[in-house]
Design a protein around this ligand. Structure first.
Ligand SMILES: Nc1nc2c(ncn2[C@@H]2O[C@H](COP(=O)(O)OP(=O)(O)OP(=O)(O)O)[C@@H](O)[C@H]2O)c(=O)[nH]1
Length: 361
């Protein structure tokens, strides 16, 4: 599924940069374009992969200079420059993109004010879904509580859904977020990349038996609310001293290079799926809070036995208690790992969000 990524503010810009990096490592590109809007010239200049023409500085109108808080200043700027901002990103939005994603750290003033307004403006013009990627601040950061609270609420009405990344789940409270942003952004970009590149097959051999196309991702996110991504990988090439899983599986079937035993495949999918679902999600929430789900199993075609995939689907359906579960496989000919991506959508009433909203009461 091809997407255009629009980053707003410091976090938004760096995450678009990381998506470009991730996209360049994939066999089939999912990033149709990337654009960044930022008030801080230094942060714009520090980006690597975003082209010069896709970096847009705003805030030069001088409005908001006498505002009481950074948030009020950005609100005044947004009022003055909103048409200019929307036009600035228009050129990145190409017709081959099935969706637009607007990315921001919602703890800051720029991201929390501008990104929901931009989402609303894009939603009015383009006839394709506009998703927010909201990065929540870690609890040990000192951010004005109204920034995340108001941004989450504004995205709820402006975006088709919010894919959430919670820094709190990923940053140790002894660390400053700014010291670990490269790792956080690479992780988020890898998970978004795994979601959007599923189904972007490059060869006939890599077309799955149950292909995940753009409409499956869109339908999963159609439940609105929040979404979170789980991910796990299992190397098939090395398995400690016992020889590789791949080798052992091939031995079981008489050294046939292209066949993998069904039982071995079922076990590998099950273990990896449990890690993806019960391990760290981009945003932690009770698994049964989801109203929709998407399971994507990727790996060498000989490992993607239909029984293994459908057993995995049954396990996940039980775990999340959702009837709206879509499943697909994504064959990677010649690959040496099995990866599982779980997208949970339609999440509402998550404890972490209630906490953020309560902080402003
Ligand atoms: N995951 C991640 N989080 C970040 C990154 N940079 C900042 N953050 C988070 O996002 C919040 C907002 O920071 P920025 O994006 O720099 O702020 P901004 O939107 O530019 O807004 P102002 O600088 O306040 O005008 C911070 O409080 C952090 O929680 C990043 O590169 N990755």
């Amino acid at each position: 599924m091809r997407v255009v990524a629009i980053g707003v503010g410091g976090a938004g810009g760096r995450i678009v940069d990381a998506l470009h990096e991730d996209d360049s490592t994939r066999e089939a590109s999912y990033l149709a374009g990337g654009s960044v809007l930022e008030t801080d010239r230094g942060a714009l200049a520090a980006l690597d992969a975003v082209s010069e023409e896709d970096r847009h500085h705003f805030g030069h109108s001088g409005f908001g200079g006498d505002a009481d808080s950074p948030r009020e200043r950005i609100e005044a700027l947004a009022e003055d420059d909103h048409v200019e901002m929307r036009r600035a990103v228009d050129s990145a939005i190409t017709s081959d993109a099935a969706a637009i994603i607007v990315i921001a750290g919602v703890g800051g003033a720029t991201g929390s004010v501008i990104a929901p307004k931009l989402t609303d403006a894009l939603q009015r013009i383009y006839d394709r879904p506009v998703y927010a990627v909201s990065v929540l601040p870690a609890t040990h950061e000192e951010v004005p509580p109204e920034n995340p609270a108001r941004a989450i609420a504004a995205f709820e009405s402006a975006a088709n859904a919010q894919l959430v990344f919670d820094n709190d789940a990923w940053v140790d409270d002894r660390n400053d977020v700014e010291d670990v942003t490269d790792g956080l952004n690479a992780e988020l970009a890898m998970r978004l990349g795994a979601l959007f590149s599923a189904g972007e097959a490059v060869t006939a051999e890599s077309v799955g038996q149950r292909v995940v196309d753009a409409s499956e991702v869109i339908s999963t996110l159609d439940e609105g609310g929040l979404a979170t991504i789980g991910f796990a990988r299992q190397p098939l090439g090395t398995d400690g001293d016992d020889g590789s899983l791949l080798d052992r599986a091939r031995e079981l079937v008489g050294m046939d290079e292209t066949t993998v035993d069904e039982v071995e495949s079922i076990k590998a999918v099950e273990t990896t799926l449990r890690q993806a679902t019960n391990g760290r999600l981009t945003f932690d929430c009770p698994r049964d809070a989801a109203r929709s789900g998407l399971l994507v199993v990727s790996g060498p075609p000989e490992w993607l036995h239909q029984t293994a995939v459908s057993d995995g689907q049954s396990w996940l359906a039980d775990e999340i208690g959702s009837v709206q579960l879509r499943t697909g496989d994504n064959p990677m000919p010649g690959g040496d790992e099995l990866t599982i991506l779980v997208l949970l959508g339609g999440i509402r009433g998550a404890p972490r969000i209630k906490e953020i909203q309560a902080a402003t009461d």
